[in-house]
Design a protein around this ligand. Structure first.
Ligand SMILES: Cc1cc2nc3c(=O)[nH]c(=O)nc-3n(C[C@H](O)[C@H](O)[C@H](O)COP(=O)(O)O)c2cc1C
Length: 231
């Protein structure tokens, strides 16, 4: 299976250890393409060109598109990052901001409906939910129906080289379980109830907006081209 791995930190710490365990535990023959913060686009400048004039007009198009193409070609999307300030780190958020144009309210890519995603996080304390939600929300609005999350609270264990055996075992257990869940995934044929509902709302919204437009916007043209609404 093809895997795209978005790493939210450059350091070879706990996150790196977790994602390595995860990849090692996956069955079958897998091809992995990885991105690190150095590959992630600079902060969105707010020009809104992606929405209005086309994503290729984004000043960061080259770096965004390399990741986006890899995501479209992958069977499994994996995000691995530490919790920073109870949320996802800025590198991850910077990528998510650039992918807003592919939300269902704008121009969703049909291939994304087939994907399965995994979110791997860790923190020094216990809660990982809010940090995972940052990515989960974006992926859901892009149309990903199946998203697995796995977080680890390191309870003060900061450095991988000093990690207790108990925590090493805990991480191995968690990553093995997660890898088992996604080892044999197939492209999804059906949208989940949640994605279906969001998509239906977006279709309705595009239909209504189209009525008042002399010329369809890029978003509406995308919906027309994909046969989701009619002129
Ligand atoms: C800038 C920064 C902010 C952090 N914020 C939190 C936080 O809000 N909650 C928490 O439990 N841990 C927080 N941490 C701790 C990291 O999530 C934790 O040490 C994690 O295991 C680091 O993973 P790494 O070894 O891959 O860098 C923060 C660490 C940094 C560097």
């Amino acid at each position: 299976m093809k895997i795209v791995m978005i790493n939210g930190t450059p350091i070879h710490g706990v996150t790196y250890h977790m994602k390595t365990l995860f990849l090692d535990q996956l069955k079958g023959d897998n091809q992995v393409i990885e991105f690190y913060p150095k590959d992630i686009p600079a902060f969105c400048v707010g020009c809104k060109n992606c929405f209005i004039n086309g994503e290729e007009k984004c000043p960061h198009y080259v770096s965004v598109n390399a990741i986006w193409i890899a995501m479209l070609e992958a069977d499994l999307l994996v995000f691995a990052y530490p919790v920073y300030a109870i949320r996802a780190p800025a590198s991850i958020k910077s990528l998510l901001d650039h992918l807003c144009v592919h939300w269902m309210v704008h121009r969703p890519e049909p291939k994304i409906f087939e994907k399965t995603a995994v979110i791997i996080t860790n923190s020094i304390g216990a809660p990982n939910g809010s940090a995972q939600k940052d990515v989960r929300t974006s992926l859901s609005w892009m149309g990903v129906s199946k998203i697995y999350t796995c977080g680890a609270g390191m309870m003060g264990d900061v450095f991988i080289d000093k990690m207790t055996e108990k925590h090493k075992e805990m991480l191995l257990r968690k990553m093995s379980k997660l890898a088992d869940k996604v080892s044999d995934i197939k492209p999804r044929r059906r949208k989940s109830l949640k994605v279906n509902l969001l998509f239906s709302m977006c279709k309705l919204q595009h239909k209504m907006v189209l009525k008042s437009e002399a010329q369809p916007s890029l978003d509406n043209q995308h919906y027309i081209d994909n046969g989701w609404i009619k002129r």
